[in-house]
Design a protein around this ligand. Structure first.
Ligand SMILES: CC(C)(COP(=O)(O)OP(=O)(O)OC[C@H]1O[C@@H](n2cnc3c(N)ncnc32)[C@H](O)[C@@H]1OP(=O)(O)O)[C@@H](O)C(=O)NCCC(=O)NCCS
Length: 170
């Protein structure tokens, strides 16, 4: 079940969200953090998301399965006057035990539907070149805008290129 979480919903699911983030970081992907993820850093991150959800600049969609958060994705809504039609898709994550069953794709579809309902018609998302996420974004109909060399540092210290994707939705 994919649900849009309120700021209170973030707190109600904080343990599951921290587990999801740690699981993704520990799987070695580039998602803003480097392994091993300090639990305090995970808590601080979700608290920053809670504040952004509260102020209306962020939407958090989560796949809830009992007490577990199996996956999540975020939409960062551009708040500039000239950018109210666009949003950035952020931190698509699925628990390792739930991968390759279509949940990542379902979260991307839910993010698109939510963005449309919010009046956002341009979506952007980035990833490290060669990550499995590229296939998910291409499968969801995103186009490559370009590549940026030396974009993100991997767990082994190497800098990897980033790929910026976009999708126009109506
Ligand atoms: C990327 C991620 C969200 C995909 O979630 P998922 O639920 O496994 O995705 P789906 O089942 O919808 O996969 C859709 C398609 O993407 C491709 N794909 C997904 N994971 C893949 C992998 N590890 N290797 C190769 N292709 C992959 C496949 O084509 C897959 O279709 P198929 O299973 O029918 O072959 C998940 O691997 C993840 O959480 N990774 C860590 C976090 C991350 O990197 N997030 C993005 C950066 S912010």
């Amino acid at each position: 079940m994919i649900r849009r979480l309120t700021a209170d919903g973030v707190m109600e699911n904080i343990n599951g969200l921290c587990t999801l983030l740690s699981d993704s970081v520990d799987s070695g992907v580039s998602i803003g953090f480097l392994p091993p993820l300090d639990p305090i850093e995970a808590l601080a991150y979700w608290d920053s998301v809670r504040l952004a959800v509260h102020d209306g600049s962020r939407i958090l969609l989560a796949a809830l399965n009992g007490g577990e958060v199996s996956g999540s994705v975020q939409l960062d809504l551009c708040m500039w006057a000239d950018g109210r039609h666009r949003a950035e898709v952020m931190k698509l994550m699925v628990l390792r035990t739930a991968r390759r069953k279509g949940l990542g794709t379902a979260l991307m579809a839910a993010a698109e539907e939510t963005a449309l309902a919010e009046g956002r018609s341009l979506l952007m998302v980035d990833t490290c070149k060669g990550d499995p996420t590229e296939a998910v974004y291409r499968g969801a109909g995103y186009q490559v805008a370009g590549e940026i060399p030396g974009y993100a540092r991997c767990a082994d210290g190497e800098l990897r290129s980033g790929v910026l994707f976009y999708k126009l939705i109506e």
